[in-house]
Design a protein around this ligand. Structure first.
Ligand SMILES: NC(=O)C1=CN([C@@H]2O[C@H](COP(=O)(O)OP(=O)(O)OC[C@H]3O[C@@H](n4cnc5c(N)ncnc54)[C@H](O)[C@@H]3O)[C@@H](O)[C@H]2O)C=CC1
Ligand SMILES: O=C(CO)COP(=O)(O)O
Length: 415
């Protein structure tokens, strides 16, 4: 019985022969594809070629064997489109029609992009951005025009007064103090839609805890909105799919806020690891092996915390992990690339005017991993590199030397 090894592998010889590669045996040919191909051939083969002699030979073989397959694909696609349209018509609500004012907390790149996004949906909508310094909040997109109905202010009372929804886009580590400073102006029934991704370093809190506790209102309505969504692409009005998570959280009583928040927070730490591999020029095989290990670690911790595995493999997990680990628009990935190329973290941070949430969240991950007794070698290595206790080179060597299939030994395993 051939053992099939799953291995992210380009069969061409790695460009750098001394690459630490986690897998040294080539995967056997995956049999399921062969089986499916044989099966579809059997449907059209003549009896003599039929590999399944006891199946009924087709009495009148179709002169065009691909026509049947094309019809099956067409019908399947039409069913999908009908389902998607019916789901959208049900999901479509008159929320936008009933909304007159939205307040955005945080004038960073994502707060700005989301303010522009909602303002573009309805010209009459009043969109107030509560920022620290109105002069700088548009610095992130100097080449873009903001809609006329977006107004930035430092006046919390006027920003929050009469708002129907609040989009929270203040970086996690600054959120508690920011919210405490404006709490007196927040209506206890104002729904908060949190866009921030991270864990509060000293308390391990997620935004679902930070917001009600900082506002001293345990019943503050809350939604976690997370998924693959670079601010720049939102400003460029490129298709961005994070809406599904809103439906997930709003419409499903058993909404998986923990899954959405943990995935969004930890993907930033994994993106730093991916950047380190890139910065060290270790190649795509190592990148794929490391990111897949990191995906497992995020799933193990999140499910131990009560999250649904399907959330972790959805938009806010796998979707955002792929985007942030593999695309150089990511601030977290960029920090990793610079760390991997030998820069010191202090110099990197001094050169940035934006946040990389994974830097603070990494420290919280270690504490969570210990609290939930989950082994997380990749994300732990990032935390130790950020604490300057481990060099990227040493970390990668240790990670790539993990016992073969170690993930299966430690899936949710104890430390
Ligand atoms: N930029 C993006 O593409 C995306 C960002 N997010 C999340 O949005 C959240 C907000 O981050 P960004 O808009 O990217 O911010 P940013 O990195 O673009 O800008 C940093 C923001 O933090 C504020 N800030 C800095 N120091 C502060 C302090 N001591 N107290 C209060 N505010 C302070 C700055 O004024 C600025 O508004 C983060 O949690 C991020 O993970 C989520 C999806 C996409
Ligand atoms: O969360 C993001 C995209 O979904 C933004 O990632 P960075 O914070 O790494 O830029």
């Amino acid at each position: 019985m051939a053992a099939v090894l799953e291995a992210p592998f380009f069969s061409s010889k790695p460009h750098n022969t001394n690459l630490p590669s986690k897998f040294h045996t080539f995967p056997s040919k995956p049999t399921f594809l062969t089986l499916r191909y044989t099966h579809s051939c059997a449907a059209n083969a003549s009896p003599s070629q039929d590999p399944h002699p006891n199946s009924d030979p087709d009495p009148d073989p179709d002169p065009d064997p691909t026509r049947d397959r094309r019809r099956i694909v067409r019908v399947a696609w039409q069913k999908l489109v009908r389902w998607s349209r019916s789901w959208r018509s049900k999901a479509n609500t008159d929320v936008l029609q009933r909304t007159n004012k939205v307040v955005v907390l945080g004038g960073g790149s994502f707060g700005t992009a989301m303010a522009a996004h909602v303002a573009n949906r309805k010209a009459e909508l009043e969109v107030k951005m509560l920022v620290r310094d109105p002069q700088v909040c548009f610095k992130y997109f100097p080449d873009h025009r903001l809609p006329e109905n977006v107004v930035a202010t430092t006046d919390a009372k006027s920003a929050l007064l009469g708002a129907d929804y609040c989009l929270h886009a203040v970086p996690v580590q600054f959120s508690a103090s920011f919210l405490e400073s404006v709490a007196e102006y927040v209506d206890p029934g104002l729904p908060f839609i949190s866009l921030s991704k991270g864990l509060e370093l000293n308390t391990l809190r997620m935004m679902a805890q930070i917001i009600p506790q900082a506002l001293r209102n345990p019943r503050q309505p809350f939604v976690a909105l997370s998924g693959p969504s670079f601010a720049l692409e939102l400003m460029d009005k490129l298709p961005t799919d994070i809406g599904a998570n809103v439906q997930l959280v709003i419409s499903d009583n058993s909404s998986d806020v923990t899954g959405v928040e943990i995935a969004g927070a930890l993907k930033n730490v994994l993106a730093i690891a991916a950047g380190i591999v890139e910065g060290m020029n270790l190649g795509n095989n190592s990148m794929a092996a490391l990111v897949s290990q990191g995906c497992s670690e995020i799933r193990w911790l999140a499910t131990k915390m009560g999250a649904k595995p399907t959330t972790i493999t959805g938009l806010s997990g796998t979707g955002d992990i792929m985007l942030t680990c593999f695309v150089n628009l990511s601030r977290n990935r960029t920090v990793g690339v610079r760390l991997g190329s030998g820069e010191k973290l202090e110099n990197i941070l001094n050169s940035m005017n934006q946040v990389a949430e994974g830097i603070s969240t990494a420290g919280a991950v270690i504490a969570l991993a210990q609290k939930y007794n989950v082994k997380m070698p990749v994300l732990t290595a990032v935390a130790r590199i950020i604490d300057n206790e481990l060099t990227p080179k040493k970390a990668v060597f240790e990670l790539m030397s993990l016992p073969q299939g170690s993930h299966s030994l430690t899936s949710g395993g104890s430390i």
